[in-house]
Design a binder for this molecule. Structure first.
Ligand SMILES: *[C@@H]1O[C@H](CO)[C@@H](O)[C@H](O)[C@H]1NC(C)=O
Length: 309
């Protein structure tokens, strides 16, 4: 890490003392849990090459068996994108006629471990709202595919009136999904009610942008136990989260129960994943086990030897 620990500790201590008094977290309902168990499968499907590089009209499928409900729904690819940009932003737009939904899914674009080890996170004005700043890498990942994706999304919406729009991603894909959702909801003629399911997302925004996205509503941002990825980029660098947080407390590889998902409010909330680092605001980037388990092994389609794991 290329910053000084003493500075971080001072900033972290200030943040701890400035933290608002905790609001009692609530558990989720059975209906919410089944929704989450379902939508995560679209994020899982984004890791499978036959989906992010698939032909239009072909059915989504997951060779490792982690998207059975998506397969059962018969969801088909409307548009897929990969290997067309320097950062290799990949994903798909799918049509789920069973659930009357259009899904925009993003795959993490490069090694999350390499990403976590490289702490040069710079800001850029995404032009979404006054004073808003987005993490440059994530914003550029979205910006590089934006025109084609939005054009195709408009076609998909025109052909499927009344369908809900759901934007999903896991890990770095969740970061891109979050900024895509902010943009797609806020643009002229956009979809203000689009839902976002962001699993294990890094922080993507400064306070103004996080507030803007939070106010758009329909945000489901998940973290799992002590996953370090949502603790990056750090608070001391000026990054905060979209609220609320759905903090999964179930152990790795275990079926998640309603009582094991706590809903926590705030751009900074020390009672959830943020508070699990051994040293406040210094994520333990050697501890990646929790990163893979969000109701299921989301990134299981990343087989051994695939470089971006
Ligand atoms: C969970 O599953 C993964 C992949 O199958 C495995 O590598 C890991 O050791 C498991 N963790 C636990 C706590 O069982």
């Amino acid at each position: 890490m290329r910053f000084y620990l003493s500075t971080v500790l001072t900033v972290a201590a200030a943040l701890v003392s400035a933290a608002p008094s905790p609001i009692r977290p609530r558990d989720i309902s059975t209906n919410e849990l089944s929704q989450f168990n379902f939508w995560v499968q679209y994020a899982a499907a984004a890791y499978c090459q036959p989906n992010y590089a698939g032909e239009a009209s072909s059915k989504l499928s997951c060779v490792v068996g982690n998207c059975p409900a998506v397969e059962q729904a018969g969801a088909s690819i409307f548009y897929s994108f990969s290997n067309s940009t320097p950062t290799d932003t990949a994903g798909y737009i799918a049509i789920d006629s069973t659930n009357q939904a259009i899904i925009l899914a993003f795959r993490g674009s490069y090694s999350v471990r390499n990403w976590a080890a490289d702490v040069t996170f710079t800001y850029e004005d995404p032009g979404l709202c006054p004073g808003c700043q987005a993490e440059t890498g994530f914003w550029n990942s979205w910006a590089l595919v934006r025109d084609h994706v939005v054009e195709q999304l408009d076609h998909a919406i025109a052909q499927h009136p009344g369908y809900e729009l759901v934007i999903v991603g896991h890990s770095l894909g969740a970061a891109v999904a979050t900024l895509a959702a902010a943009d797609i909801r806020g643009r002229e003629g956009g979809q203000p009610s689009a839902s976002l399911y962001a699993f294990a997302s890094p922080r993507v925004a400064n306070t103004a942008l996080a507030k803007y996205i939070t106010a758009q509503n329909n945000n489901y941002r998940f973290t799992h136990t002590n996953d370090p990825v949502p603790q990056l980029p750090t608070l001391s660098m000026g990054y905060v989260h979209v609220s609320p947080e759905y903090w999964i407390t179930a152990p790795d590889n275990a079926t998640v129960r309603e009582s094991e998902v706590e809903v926590l409010d705030g751009a900074v909330n020390w009672n959830g994943n943020t508070g699990t680092a051994t040293v406040p605001d210094v994520p333990d980037v050697a501890e990646f086990d929790a990163h893979h388990w969000y109701f299921e092994e989301v990134d299981a389609c990343l087989g051994p030897g695939i470089p971006f794991k």
